[in-house]
Design a protein. Structure first.
Length: 71
């Protein structure tokens, strides 16, 4: 595949093998799946994720990045 990093192509080939598809068929499948979800479906998925995470607290990502940079 042209204009793709070799590591990306290798991962696509492995994924195609795992799914018993040719490389071209795998790429077409990925593209088709990526446009299947419309905005209302995406909103529903996001709401489900938010519901699962409801009530949990998460650390401040800026603080975590700052700590990492100081190492």
């Amino acid at each position: 595949m042209r204009n793709l990093d070799d590591s990306v192509v290798e991962r696509l080939k492995a994924r195609a093998r795992d799914n018993d598809r040719s490389l071209e068929a795998e790429v077409l499948h990925i593209l088709e799946q990526s446009v299947k979800v419309d905005s209302s479906q995406a909103r529903l998925i996001a709401l489900k994720i938010r519901e699962r995470l409801k009530g949990r607290t998460f650390p401040d990502s800026a603080e975590l990045i700052r700590e990492d940079r100081e190492r």
